[in-house]
Design a protein around this ligand. Sequence first.
Ligand SMILES: Nc1ncnc2c1ncn2[C@@H]1O[C@H](COP(=O)(O)OP(=O)(O)O)[C@@H](O)[C@H]1O
Ligand SMILES: [Mg+2]
Length: 348
Amino acid sequence: MYKRLLDNLNTAVLLFDSDLKLCYLNTAAEILLADSARQLLKISAEQLFKLSDAAFVSNLKHCRDAGESLIDYALELNRVGNQSVFVNVSLTPLEKNEIIVELLPIDNRLRISQEEQLHAQQNAACLMVRGLAHEIKNPLGGLRGAAQLLDSELSNAELKEYTQVIMEEADRLQGLVNRMLGSNELPNKQQLNIHEILERVRLLVQSEANENITIRCDYDPSIPEFLGDKNQLIQAVLNIVRNAVQAISDSGNVILKTRICRHATIERQHYKLALRCEIIDDGIGIAPDMLNKIFYPMVTGRVEGTGLGLSIAQTLISQHQGVIECHSEKGRTVFAIILPIIFQHNSI
Ligand SMILES: Nc1ncnc2c1ncn2[C@@H]1O[C@H](COP(=O)(O)OP(=O)(O)O)[C@@H](O)[C@H]1O
Ligand SMILES: [Mg+2]
């Protein structure tokens, strides 16, 4: 009866005897340790966890000898033949020098703090770029105005060519600065269907791309409408899908995939419903050293790139309380946009 109860717990529970040999583990513990009870029973604590977990073993001894309960936060456990896992460990002494051990994995928490750090860095970089863009914008307006005046005073066509060059280049820079500053418009949120946005982007990009590139869709029709700014979301998805197409040299596939997620935590906020929209391509992939930089403004791997596409997409998605994740290996790159589904009456 107790065994059934323990096996239905989500918490991993282990029982060590007075010789620090494992004498019981529940199903959650088997899953966490990625091994079966048959393999693990009777092995010693030292064997079960490799040397880097000396702290764990000495805590076990302390708990047994002093008869005191202990909680160990963020301990790294190397599972036998497997990657490590971060856990909070609670040790409780029982009669006969036995010890009950509860392991609570904390991957999630670590991931959240890493995300936060990345976010802070990105914010700092964005602020710098915006500051710089503002500084450029004003003198640029002056330069262009002066060139235009000069142009109207000149009668010599050859000299006019020079003023034309100044104006054209000033306009090009102006365009770049505007893109760096992003849109000033406030989001105009309305009820949206994610697939309407994806279909718009698909048509747009398909018409630009060569015919050997196929853009396919794999949609989850159960995703409900949510509150969002249509133009901003089209822009964000467009930037990512364009990159995917550019990563394919001759021929290849881009897949637009959507799925619903229940009970998602995004940036520490819990939502009952969220959607996951993946843009998957089989292009060249992203080099590992580029991977953690690509969301910064002005970082580009392409000769004609501006490095603004992803940083703009990131800003727009975070204005919708969402995040963008990226995984890449040769031949398969996935950008995932995760957006909370927020309804009109803000029922989170
Ligand atoms: N799907 C992808 N496959 C391979 N590389 C990509 C992909 N998406 C983005 N990248 C890399 O990230 C860089 C930054 O992208 P982005 O911010 O849109 O700027 P840009 O497209 O102007 O270079 C790209 O230059 C490219 O090197
Ligand atoms: Mg781009």
